[in-house]
Every structure is written in structure tokens, then in C-alpha cells.
Design a protein around this ligand. Sequence first.
Ligand code: HEC
Length: 146
Amino acid sequence: MNLKALAVFVLPAFGFFACNNSAESLQTHLSFNSKISKGEKLFEEKCSLCHSMRPCVGSEMYSVTGPDLKMISNSLQQKFVKADGTLHLEEANSFLADYVYFPDQTKAIMEQAVINRYGIMPSLKGSVTEEEIKHISNFIMTIKSE
Ligand code: HEC
């Protein structure tokens, strides 16, 4: 088999299995409480470059730029959903607004191992508005855990 044929047959398979950001894989791997929301769409546009919307498994984690969406939503929900099930959305919104503009090791809620692996997130000041972050936060906080 020549190289060109290899590319035709093998690469699409990689595209299918790799943790990527297509809306299709997103729908099949995470359960959402409603159809695609504004926050989900914004996440895809502004964040999915580094945060895969489909959970990464095994060695896939080493080929991406940041933790996947599920890891982020799990950490945020652990922090901002209290033991009695109350969702502290305002607190989550302000945490996220602050982190996206001024990411910092001392504020990080991801495990140290995650930060060691990927490094601290770069600031997105100037490329996403506070209003957009609010929609994104609502989306991240309402993803249902499997
Ligand atoms: C250029 C790559 C990149 C983009 C774009 C990006 N992030 Fe990140 N993000 C990272 C990396 C790397 C980490 C892991 C290190 C850390 O926690 O700072 C991270 C971590 C996070 C965390 C966990 C923070 C914590 O407390 O440790 C949140 C929440 C987050 N990102 C939200 C977002 C949102 C929302 C967007 C889109 C508006 C976004 N990120 C866009 C790279 C990115």
C-alpha cells in the first residue's frame, strides 16, 4: 500500500477515535439537559481548541493542550455544588470570569498533576467577553455527570 492510500484509509480512523471537538461526538458522549445551548456553542468556539468536548481516554490525554471538558466540569461542579445539592452559579460565574482573564497557579482548582502536565492556562482577555463567559459557565455547571 503506498503512502497516499495509507493516508486515505488510516487517517479518517484516527479522526474518528481521537478525542476531538465535533458536535457529533459531543452529543454522543456527554448527556446534556437540553439541546445545544448558547454556552455550549460559545465553548466550542472559544475553548474547545484546548478543551476537548469529548472525554479523552488513555494516551489521548498526552496529545491535547488542556484537560477535557468533562474534567473541567467535574472540578467546577465539585467546588460549586454544595453537599446538599445547591448549585452556586454566581460563585462559579465569578470564579470562571476571573480565571479565564487572570489564570494563576494559586487560584487553580485542577489537581496539581493536571497543571504539571499542561502548564497554566493562558489568559483569554480580549478574546472572550464577560457576558460570553457567563453563558459558558452556565453550560459547564449544568452538564450532567455520567
Ligand atoms: C490555549 C489553550 C486554552 C484555551 C483556549 C482555553 N483553555 Fe482553559 N485551560 C488550559 C489549560 C492548559 C488548563 C490546565 C491548567 C490550568 O488549570 O490552568 C486549563 C484549565 C481550565 C480550567 C480549570 C482551571 C483551574 O482552576 O485549574 C477552566 C475552568 C478552564 N480552563 C476554562 C476555560 C474556558 C471557559 C475557556 C474558553 C473561554 C478556556 N478554558 C480556553 C488551556 C486553555
